[in-house]
Design a protein around this ligand. Sequence first.
Ligand code: NIG
Ligand code: FE
Length: 415
Amino acid sequence: MQKLLLKNIKQLLQVRAEALKPINGLSMKELPLIENAWLAIEEGRFADYGSMSDFPGISDWKGLDVLDCTGQIVMPCYADSHTHIVYAGNREAEFVDRINGLSYEAIAQRGGGILNSAALLQQTSENELFDQSRERLHEIIRLGTGAVEIKSGYGLNLESELKMLRVIKRLKEETPIPIKATFLGAHALPQAYKTNKAAYIKLITETMLPAIAAEQLADYIDVFCENGYFTAEETIHILNAGKHYHLKGKVHAEQLSHSGGIAAGVACGAISVDHLEYCTKADMQLLQQAQTIPTILPGAAFFLNLPLPPARQLIEHNLPVAFASDYNPGSSPCGNMNLIMSLGCIQYKLSPEEMINACTINSAAAMDVLNEVGSITLGKRANFIITKPISSYAYIPYAFGNAPIEAVYINGLKF
Ligand code: NIG
Ligand code: FE
């Protein structure tokens, strides 16, 4: 039985006796911590913790590994509740096109964008796709991510959507962190359906969904609700179809225009609505009546030079705001949650405490893994970050572009 003791921890962050609900509004400013702490891990889970000043005897622990964390901060791993890390190749040519003046929408209209990634993925074998995706998954775990949601949506036909979801299933089976799979068939309209959107939606609801459900390949269903993609009405129709297969909804909402994705998500009891650049006051009032978690993806807003989503106003409406990476080849080719923390502090003016809550507890709630991860709570999985020796936890977002991480532990084992 593996046992591990961390002692002399400069600060142990996000310590909560209980953490089963997301953190709302003003409470996001509070980050419970223990100064000069110890932390015990047994069988891959948090077993005990406290202050070094009342450190108990541990003579009964045989085969104990002890880590001296003098000067180092320990915190729960990030939960990244919105990614598209299963993809083939990259889109840096479109990145250069955008630098030269083309918009994301214009690139999509000429058949690039998501359709470009779909064409490449359709030609890529499942094994090759698995290898490329696994590398990205390991990269983000080393950067401190201890739970991740991964979407399909670059397949856009039955065979390739299944291929993506089977890759996610294999990643689930062979990776020690919690992974949630989201079916995003409604990510874009394939060229072949350009003049018959209804037929593609029918393919999603009547062919793809039953096949996915038969293999139990998805936990959630998602729709890109946007001008030129799927309308709010279509979003509701697709999310309701998912409900028949017990898939909860998620929505790519109000990213490029106000398209009604938040209202659609709330109407369908979605677990989260994500992006929110064009979120309005009325949307915030709808969210106040719902359990749906507003999720901001600052990597995509940064990479596409979009207006900033109203993070502060969402918090002022007493909502539990989550942040995630949106790691994908088109709008956020980066899954570094330490950088997401920096963007949240620098661009959105959230405090380091608010950002840690947004990237651990609230993002874990946005993918339904809060019972397992997101805080230092007895019985939760020992998925945690040990920082390098740093002066305070504000150094993590302060040192933007850096990841001051010494080690990441998953289920109590060094990753
Ligand atoms: O979350 N908004 C839609 N989907 C992705 C981008 C997909 C892509 O461009 O490949 C996003 O930003
Ligand atoms: Fe996305």
